[in-house]
Every structure is written in C-alpha cells, then in structure tokens.
Design a binder for this molecule. Structure first.
Ligand code: HEM
Length: 139
C-alpha cells in the first residue's frame, strides 16, 4: 500500500470508529466496575490514617465515575413505557446525586481526620447500591 493510501485508510478508520470506542469506554457497566473496585479497596483502608491521601484520591475517582454514570442511561430504560421514561430517568439521576453527596460527605470526614465517622457513612453505600440496583437494573 502506498503512503498516501495508507494515510487515507487511517483517517477513514479513525473517523468511523472513535465514537464506538468512546461508547464502549463509558458504558454504565464500565463505570459500575470502577465503583465496585474502588469501594472494595476503600472498605479495606477507610479508617486507616496512613491511607488518608490514597482514600481521598480514590473517592475523587469514584465521584467522577458517579458523574459519568449519571450522564448515561440504564439498559432498563428502553423497556420503560415512553410516558414513564422521564420520571424513571429523573429518579435515576436523583439516586446518583445521593451517592455523589455521600461520597462528598465521606471525603469531608477523611479530610478532617474523622476516620470513625467516615467508616460509619461508608456503611450506607451498600444499601444505596442495593436500592439503585433494585430500581434501575434489568432483572
Ligand atoms: C457504590 C455503589 C455501587 C456499586 C459498587 C455498583 C456496582 C455495580 C456492578 C458491579 C454492576 C454490574 C456491572 C457489570 O457486571 O457489567 C452494576 C450494574 C448496574 N448498576 Fe450499580 N453499583 C453501585 C451503585 C448504583 C446506583 C446508586 C445505581 C442507580 C442509581 C446503580 C445502577 C446500576 C445499573 C442500572 C446497572 C446495570 C447496568 C445497565 O443497566 O446499563 N448502581 N453496578
């Protein structure tokens, strides 16, 4: 293949595929996996003062994952009747905002060195996850 034909092929390929690659990268499942991995790690270090900065960094990452999740739609959305979809998505956004606020509170406690309180607040993530999945995950 000559050089300009090669360059043209690359240009065509990158103009056709980036959207798809982006969609795959930002799928809700991907974000949920980030949440699962990060919260698992946090559960092991949240009350450890020597991990303070690492825990804060982890939470910053989790807050980003929540914001990206909020911008995506659960797969279940398409099975919700059109007339109820707006309400379904508004509830989904509200639940994600609650999770974001909770991470913010936990981060604040960590910054203040209140590890015991951070741990207590951390315990309320699990019920929130359960509720979120019951309402918004496909069966
Ligand atoms: C820190 C809390 C959470 C964790 C650790 C978590 C974790 C997960 C995991 C591991 C999956 C399966 C991903 C896969 O196997 O591909 C998942 C899926 C899902 N989660 Fe969460 N989750 C959390 C909170 C939430 C909340 C609050 C909501 C809703 C407001 C939610 C909505 C969903 C939905 C809708 C799916 C299915 C994906 C889809 O429909 O596209 N999750 N989550």
């Amino acid at each position: 293949m000559n050089k300009s034909l090669f360059t043209l092929s690359i240009c065509l390929l990158t103009s056709v595929f980036p959207l798809k690659a982006h969609e795959e990268d930002s799928s809700l499942e991907e974000q949920m996996k980030i949440l699962a991995k990060g919260t698992r790690q946090l559960s092991q270090q949240i009350d450890n003062p020597t991990s303070q900065q690492s825990s804060i960094d982890l939470i910053e990452n989790l807050k980003k994952a929540v914001k990206v999740s909020e911008s995506l739609e659960p797969r279940k959305t398409v099975s919700i009747p059109q007339s109820d979809r707006g309400k379904f998505l508004a509830q989904y956004h509200a639940e994600m905002e609650k999770l974001f606020d909770l991470f913010n509170k936990i981060e604040g406690e960590l910054k203040g060195g209140n590890y015991a309180m951070a741990k207590i607040l951390f315990a309320s993530i699990k019920p929130m996850e359960k509720e979120g999945h019951k309402q918004f995950k496909e069966d």
